[in-house]
Design a protein around this ligand. Structure first.
Ligand code: HEC
Ligand code: HEC
Ligand code: HEC
Ligand code: HEC
Ligand code: HEC
Length: 476
């Protein structure tokens, strides 16, 4: 069961639409008017004049929906993950996520939800790095980069030496600003220009951290069988870095445009936002990269010091792209858009559903292109079965890590020093990373059920070993 709620006026506010661009405004101009779109046409209402069907779908991301595990629900604020699951308060003690952590909802809300979360308020002051995945910012980054001395102008194509240099320079500049200052520079959530080239309408990626992260992944030793354009680049002379906008196939881009935000990221007061893919996309590859990443003061990378156990721990965040990369669907060539933006026909033209949402809210027609021998209801049941099993294991694994945290905290209270507790704390770091990787991933196991199960099993094992280490230490 799910609920929907929709008010046009509220939606217009969320999207930053000023001049009454109405969904479905039947203003189908000749596509030649594409020439009216430029690298400065940020307002989706302008694009909507040429592509009303896609625009109407895009506006519907403001509808408040939910499934058992998906969406934010019908309330004015998205449902709180902390209220639903008090174990998360222990897992994230001492970190911003322990104060306010909600379910995700439609794209329309990304900018306002970020501005409203307690995580951007004192004492958790954030930087402009937060903007990267919550706003339409390709134009802002480039203009800021140009103002900072990058050569060329906004009329350079994005995928050119100048275009990328402007983008990266602006990204670094905005990333260093205080959040309150940076967020004033943007006025739309994710918009057409962030996924489409205004001159050709072809798909493109615009998030600087994705462009850099996928380059680092391409340059790594990790298998890239999923991405033929990366394998091709590897086989070449590698004179220029891998460029997804020049070489990725349409099918690859149908996942990259989503992976540019639905991905794990590292950042901190001393580091520029980065995607930790230098060793590969698997959860363990990311962990090993963080474990080898030295902060400016020489310590290994960590997101925070756990308030109860003193362990230096990591926070995983929405690794949808990474978990998908480990599953049966990516191996079978199924992209994010295949399931989350299925296409249909309007008259003679193809329209991809730009109301990006849980596939379970739809009729699952797209699934049946491949799952021919099963009915939509059977596919749904299979999804739900995976989610139930994952949820059960996830809760067990969380309990196991919470037990370890309590045991370390008790030892500290008895007077043991952090030096003595290091082994147990390291087990907490590994166990917590695995639990959080699957818990913060938003499909409840569906994107790669076997991999999700493996990581949760390892989390339980590592947490148990941490408790054993503690026990042995106390015996000595
Ligand atoms: C085989 C189809 C399929 C593919 C491919 C797929 N997903 Fe999903 N995704 C699902 C299903 C099913 C769910 C569970 C939805 C639910 O619980 O309501 C889901 C859940 C999600 C959610 C949470 C949705 C919500 O409503 O809360 C996000 C975000 C997401 N996927 C993003 C992605 C991204 C990004 C990719 C590509 C890297 C991707 N998905 C690939 C089927 C797919
Ligand atoms: C600019 C970054 C960005 C891009 C690009 C992006 N997303 Fe999202 N997505 C978000 C954010 C942020 C949220 C959560 C918004 C909130 O909760 O306020 C979200 C939410 C979602 C949801 C939950 C929707 C709901 O109704 O609950 C789904 C599903 C999803 N995205 C899938 C995708 C897919 C599929 C793609 C690619 C076609 C994609 N996203 C591209 C940032 C992005
Ligand atoms: C790498 C891209 C990326 C960056 C950087 C990013 N976010 Fe998000 N954010 C997302 C995606 C994707 C979602 C939706 C999926 C989810 O909720 O897990 C999201 C969801 C959210 C939500 C709604 C759900 C929740 O967690 O309560 C808030 C609030 C939020 N982000 C705040 C922030 C803040 C504050 C920062 C800066 C520290 C930030 N984001 C940086 C991609 C990003
Ligand atoms: C998160 C990325 C994303 C955003 C934002 C986005 N699109 Fe798309 N769009 C896609 C994908 C993926 C496709 C499928 C492209 C393909 O397979 O070649 C698509 C396809 C299209 C097409 C080609 C016909 C079709 O529907 O398949 C048009 C036209 C289009 N989008 C218009 C828009 C407009 C207008 C906006 C803004 C209101 C917009 N898009 C925003 C990802 C996006
Ligand atoms: C391009 C083909 C293709 C599409 C489209 C597709 N699938 Fe699949 N799916 C597969 C293949 C191949 C398998 C593995 C063999 C099998 O179980 O049938 C699979 C397996 C699954 C499984 C079992 C996965 C597991 O981890 O055990 C589920 C659940 C599933 N698909 C759901 C969906 C849903 C939901 C959609 C649509 C939103 C979808 N599929 C769309 C090809 C596809």
């Amino acid at each position: 069961m799910f609920l929907t709620l929709f008010t046009g006026a509220a939606a217009a506010g969320l999207f930053g639409i000023q001049d009454g661009g109405k969904p479905g405004a039947e203003n189908m101009e000749d596509a030649a008017r594409l020439s009216s779109l430029t690298e400065q046409t940020v307002d989706p209402a302008e694009w909507g004049k040429l592509f009303p069907a896609q625009y109407a779908g895009y506006l519907r991301t403001s509808e408040r929906t939910g499934t058992k595990y998906g969406g934010g629900g019908s309330g004015a604020a998205a449902r709180s993950r902390l209220d639903e699951n008090p174990r998360l308060k222990t897992l994230f003690a001492g970190y911003a996520f322990g104060a306010d952590y909600r379910a995700r909802r439609g794209h329309a809300y990304m900018l306002s939800d970020q501005r409203e979360t307690l995580r951007v308020q004192a004492p958790f002051n954030q930087s402009g790095a937060c903007l990267q995945c919550h706003s339409s910012n390709v134009t802002v980054y480039r203009s800021q980069g140009i103002a900072d001395g990058a050569s060329g102008s906004l009329s350079d194509p994005l995928a050119s030496r100048n275009g990328y240099a402007q983008l990266l320079r602006g990204f670094e500049k905005v990333g260093k600003m205080p959040f309150e200052e940076a967020t004033k520079l943007v006025s739309h959530p994710l918009a057409c220009i962030d996924c489409h080239d205004p001159k050709t309408m072809s798909l493109r990626v615009t998030r600087p951290a994705f462009i850099q992260g996928i380059r680092a992944f391409a340059a790594s030793e990790a298998t890239a069988a999923l991405f033929p354009s990366i394998e091709k680049w590897r086989a070449g002379n590698r004179a220029d870095p891998y460029d997804p906008n020049e070489t990725a196939s349409r099918q690859e881009l149908r996942s990259f445009v989503c992976g540019q935000c639905h991905a794990e990221y590292g950042h901190g007061s001393e580091t520029t936002l980065f995607y930790p893919w230098n060793n590969g996309l698997k959860g363990d590859d990311i962990e090993s990269y963080y474990n080898s990443y030295k902060m400016p003061d020489g310590r290994i990378f960590s997101d925070w010091k756990h308030a109860e156990s003193g362990a230096d721990v990591l926070k995983a965040q929405h690794p949808e792209f990474e978990l998908w990369s480990q599953g049966i669907h990516s191996r079978s060539g199924v992209s994010c858009a295949d399931c989350h933006m299925p296409s249909g026909k309007e008259g003679e033209t193809r329209v991809s559903d730009h109301w990006v949402r849980s596939p379970l809210l739809g009729k699952l027609e797209a699934c049946q292109d491949c799952h021919k021998s099963t009915t939509a209801e059977e596919v749904r049941a299979e999804v739900e079965d995976i989610q139930e099993r994952t949820n059960r294991m996830l809760r067990r694994a969380e309990e196991s890590v919470v037990d370890l945290i309590r045991a370390i905290a008790a030892a500290r209270a008895e007077g043991y020093e952090d030096m003595q507790l290091l082994e147990a704390q390291e087990f907490q770091r590994g166990a917590q990373w695995r639990v959080d990787f699957i818990g913060s991933e938003n499909s409840m196991g569906v994107h790669a059920s076997g991999e999700a199960f493996r990581m949760l099993t390892e989390a339980i094992d590592l947490a148990a070993r941490g408790r054993t280490a503690l026990y042995n230490m106390q015996l000595r």
